[in-house]
Design a protein around this ligand. Structure first.
Ligand code: ADP
Ligand code: MG
Length: 378
């Protein structure tokens, strides 16, 4: 663990990042990106790109693999990490790297610092690799969607987390202050404290219990449910006040299963207090108590976290089924690597060939990637 070797960041050249970004863009439509495509996206000489690709493989930022039809490159976790870290450090959101402080279900957590030496928390989202929940649903869904890849899933998970954290923070909820995000990485305030699961005693159990139940109600009154409100995602700061973390699974109270998620959050707290503190109360909130007075869920939907992103992530997290797959026959992949591909071998012969398969983006627009690329290369 902690094997993210960031010292390399300083030695990578603008050209290295240009090539990494080209592979990232190529991976929108291709599981493996041929060198010729990388060269064309990066706008570099074919010959020059080969050496860069080789070196990036040596540093494990890319891997070279053999595919059915042709061979090519893909970004490794570390390659993707580097692209995000480079961008965040250019923006001054992050300047130095510290210890790994957590390995969550689907994340790695590090202490970092900005250029003022202020310590912050960096969360790297890692989705789509080791998640076996609802694997069948997901396969059915992803079967005819192009490249719903770990890159995309990890990125929308971070995008959602940042959007919710910001909406909650702006409303005065006790959550870490969101600082910045890029790709699959979120930078936020470092909570000085411990997750509830590591707390054996508290001064005033009843107060804490009430505070947590009130939070669940306040969330719901604002239009949302945390969805994973347990002792791992509730931290206690120095003053024994709760700080809530971990937001990728949050749902709207308009979700068809909202009542179930709400009750599950409530019973997580009740069960924990019973087991850990031997505390039970007759008082706990019910779904029917909700008095919605805010539209946090709608705000988040306007923040760039699109409906399609929400759906793709929900399916991955088992929060939604793909029930309209038949209507969406248009999603059928036409440039799937295993199907007819407009490129034979590694060579791009004509401009036409190039046009045919370049960036037929289904999941998002070209602008997003171009922005990213511009920022990485600038
Ligand atoms: P996951 O989605 O993988 O569960 P979490 O966001 O819950 O990830 O983070 C995992 C662990 O990392 C937490 O249980 C906590 O110990 C630590 N952690 C996460 N965010 C922060 C933060 N802002 N400050 C301090 N520690 C944090
Ligand atoms: Mg967690």
């Amino acid at each position: 663990m902690g094997k993210l070797n960031v010292s390399l960041l300083r030695y990578l050249t603008a050209e290295d990042f240009r090539v990494l970004t080209a592979i990232e863009m190529g991976m929108k439509n291709h599981e493996l990106v041929p060198a010729s495509l990388a060269a064309s996206i990066a706008n570099l000489q074919h010959g020059g790109v080969h050496k860069l690709l080789r070196d990036l493989c040596k540093h494990r930022l890319l891997s070279y693999e053999r595919g059915k039809k042709f061979d090519g490159y893909r970004l490794t976790n570390m390659g993707y990490d580097y692209l995000a870290l480079k961008t965040l450090s250019k923006r001054d959101s992050l300047n130095s790297f510290g210890n790994q402080i957590g390995v969550g279900k689907e994340s790695n957590i590090y202490i970092v610092a900005n250029s003022d030496g202020q310590e912050l928390c960096l969360k790297l989202h890692r989705l789509g690799r080791t998640c076996f929940r609802n694997i069948k649903d997901k396969r059915d869904y992803h079967k005819h969607r192009k490249t719903v890849s770990w890159l995309y899933l990890s990125r929308i998970s971070a995008t959602k987390e940042f959007a919710y954290m910001k909406a909650l923070y702006d409303r005065g909820f006790p959550v870490p202050k969101p600082i910045d995000f890029n790709r699959h990485c979120v930078v936020m305030e470092l909570v000085i404290g411990k997750p509830l699961t590591h707390i054996m005693e508290v001064e005033n159990i009843e107060t804490l219990y009430d505070e947590l139940m009130n939070l669940i109600v306040r969330f719901a009154d604002s239009g949302v449910i945390h969805g994973d409100f347990n002792e791992f995602n509730i931290m206690l700061n120095g003053g024994e006040r709760p700080v809530v973390i971990d937001f990728p699974q949050m749902v709207s109270i308009m979700h068809p299963n909202a009542e179930m998620y709400f009750n599950r959050d409530v019973s997580c707290v009740r069960e924990f207090f019973k087991k850990r503190f031997n505390y039970e109360s007759e008082l706990f909130p019910k779904f029917s108590d909700i008095e919605r007075y805010d539209n946090l869920d709608a705000d988040v939907a306007c923040s760039g976290f699109t409906k399609q992103m929400a759906k793709d992530l929900n399916i991955q997290l088992g929060l939604e089924n793909d029930d309209d797959e038949d209507e969406e026959g248009t999603n059928k992949d036409t440039t799937d690597f295993n199907q007819e591909s407009p490129i034979k071998g590694e060579q791009l012969d004509s401009e036409e060939d190039e046009k045919k398969f370049k960036y037929k983006l289904e999941l998002e627009s070209d602008e997003y990637l171009e922005e990213q690329a511009a920022e990485a290369i600038a």
